[in-house]
Write a protein that binds this ligand. Sequence first.
Ligand code: NAD
Length: 249
Amino acid sequence: MSNALGQQHFMLLSGASRGIGHATVKLFQERSWRILTISRHPFSDECLWPAARESHIQADLANLSSLDELVADVRSRLPDGRLHALVNNAGISPRSPDGSRLGTMATNAETWHAVLNVNLISTALLAQKLQPELAKAKGSVVNVTSIAGSRVHPFAGVAYAASKAALAALTREMAHEFGPYGIRVNAIAPGEIDTAMLSPGTNEIVEREIPLRRLGEPREVAEAIFFLCSERSSYINGAEIHISGGQHV
Ligand code: NAD
């Protein structure tokens, strides 16, 4: 996509290798946006869409000391210093070795640090470091929270839930701080989306808790992210949109 002056729109998205992130880059790409992606792993041929390889930046968001180098790489790829969308999608939800929920009693300091670094702190620092590029484009930030941030979930652990609740608070804070620069900051809170993150047993939740009685598709989440990055949502700032088939009601 380009504006009246023919400048291309750029999106930076974390966690593009699969799931919601993968569906989102494909959708933005179909709508002619230029994409930059952050992934932990080297480029994989499984994540194929035109220009995927050139768009790929390898970085581990659990390692906060790598963020300066990552941001320098992003800047060098923005032709006129404008970033129109930052989508903070990467997330981890660790489980115990037997697959059960990691509650307060079972979560050690190492797990707390890893989850908070990836799901929360790297998000705040990326937005902080790229604020000038977002301001120049009057861009949009979308943080991917979760239904687990606002209610106890049978599979999501305590560190994950706390990180997502904090990410919702960070969204509110950033909407307040970045709004005067013309940057909108919003969140989307998925429920049960058909990705590798789901646990066995999710089918029971679908029957018991989701009014629409089905899982969500990654593409349905991608559409909401696209809306929040487009002009159609030009007065929406500081919102958290539930994409859960009504699971949150
Ligand atoms: P996924 O596990 O399929 O994908 C997560 C992505 O994050 C992957 O691309 C992974 O490589 C990346 N990632 C993880 N750790 C990283 C790190 N240290 N550095 C860089 N990248 C890293 O999950 P998904 O289901 O597509 O989830 C995407 C987002 O949606 C997450 O923030 C998740 O918490 C949220 N979410 C998902 C669901 C769901 O039902 N799938 C529900 C609620 C919220």
